[in-house]
Design a protein around this ligand. Structure first.
Ligand SMILES: [Mg+2]
Length: 409
């Protein structure tokens, strides 16, 4: 064989396109056994609800994606599923499954996608945030999963490679009262070898004073070497958040997450200016534009996009680039099913400022019980898998147990 043969073969190989044949939408509602339910400011969490999408190509490959639009774990998801079924799915059959960016722009810009393409800027639909973007996220994630499977590569490799083979994780939970919070968080560490934990504060407690007492109890139980993050779910007022920060200033808090609502970005910036506790936010935000505003308004020290909310892996990569440009760590929100979790892991692993993985200690059947593989911490870290696509295999029999409504295009 001549030395030029391999190059000739590669250059001359036909490009194998893969067209979308069908799209299925699965509304999921997975019951949580009473003994495993927790109570937060979202109420008692008795189910884990989300939407999965399956895109099948003419060649028979399947890509899976996830969309979330409800805070916490529960929501009806009828509106999100309807947007997928009625508005987005009909756009997809016959298109190349590899035209990920074109499909993203088509959904975002709607009938003016052609204008956007010609002008090189966005011409978005009125519904350019919220449920529509969550629905778009599921399609985008499924297309990245398909691309990885068709090229026999993990998504992280398509995004430029992973920076490490495993990333540190934090145990996310912490709802117990003053007397129980130490034992609850200590139990997380014994279970997964974590060196970082997250506890809930804010409306769950009814006052910043009680939240501060719980944090002090947690610190007393955990000692000085465990990193404690606090998540207020956006429920403090600006003045309450300041009081809370002042009261826990000696507890060495790793971050305060969503101190105030995402609807009050200047208020969040005011809290950040008041305290040296790092401020984290992003799970309630959509698209690169919202994250640019968080950064421009000086609201945050850590960005937390949720790939099943913010616009999928494509938008997550753009948000990660913003994080890098503004020199802030990326810590994706991963309170999702297995597909949202893996999407965030791939973006984190390939991003310059990707930092730490959220690992839910709330009961979550859609994270653990619908896939063939296991997502478990190893010595407090989550491995970035070598498997193709998102790296998880949906067990459709297991999934069917949780389907509240299924539709095929
Ligand atoms: Mg949160």
């Amino acid at each position: 064989m001549s030395s030029t043969a391999p190059a000739k073969m590669l250059g001359g190989a036909p490009f194998r396109d893969s067209r979308i044949e069908s799209v299925d939408v699965f509304q999921l509602s997975a019951p949580i056994p009473p003994a495993k339910q927790h109570v937060s400011d979202f109420g008692k969490v008795s189910t884990f609800d989300t939407v999965f999408v399956r895109i099948t190509t003419e060649s028979g490959l399947e890509g899976w994606g996830e969309a979330k639009n409800a805070a916490g774990s529960t929501g009806r998801y009828g509106g999100l599923a309807a947007i997928l079924r009625e508005d987005i799915v009909p756009l997809l059959p016959g298109r190349s499954a590899r035209d990920i960016q074109s499909i993203w722009e088509l959904v975002y810009n709607g009938v003016r996608a052609g204008h956007a393409n010609r002008a090189g800027r966005v011409f978005p639909e009125l519904s350019r945030r919220g449920v529509t973007i969550a629905a778009l996220s599921a399609v985008d994630i499924a297309l990245w999963d398909l691309l990885g499977k068709s090229l026999q590569a993990p998504v992280w490799q398509l995004l430029g490679g992973r920076r490490k083979e495993r990333f540190p994780a934090y145990a996310s939970g912490g709802w117990a009262d003053v007397d129980g919070i130490g034992e609850e968080l200590t139990g997380y560490i014994e279970k997964g070898g974590f060196s970082s934990v997250k506890m809930r504060v804010g409306a769950l407690d009814g006052s910043p004073e009680l939240s501060a007492r719980r944090v002090k109890a947690a610190r007393a139980a955990l000692g000085p070497d465990v990193q404690i993050f606090c998540d207020a779910h956006g429920t403090f007022s600006v003045s309450e958040a300041k009081r809370f920060c002042r009261m826990v200033t000696s507890e060495n808090i790793g971050w305060l997450e969503e101190p105030v609502t995402g609807d009050n970005k200047r208020g969040m910036a005011e809290v950040r200016c008041f305290t040296d506790i790092p401020i984290a936010a992003g799970e309630s935000e959509f698209t690169r534009f919202d994250f640019r505003d968080l950064l421009d308004l000086r609201c945050v020290d850590i960005l937390q996009p949720d790939m099943a909310v913010c616009g999928g892996i494509s938008e997550g990569v753009r948000i990660a680039a913003l994080a890098a440009a503004y020199d802030v760590p990326l810590a994706p929100h991963l309170w999702t099913g297995a597909l949202g979790f893996m999407s965030g892991l791939h973006v984190l692993a390939s991003s310059p400022t990707g930092w730490i993985v959220e690992y839910s200690l709330g009961a979550n059947p859609v994270l653990h019980d619908v896939i063939e593989e296991s997502i478990q911490p190893v010595e407090g870290c989550i491995p970035v898998p070598d498997r193709v696509g998102l790296g998880v295999t949906i067990n459709t029999d297991a999934l069917k147990r949780f389907v509240s409504r299924e539709n095929q295009s």
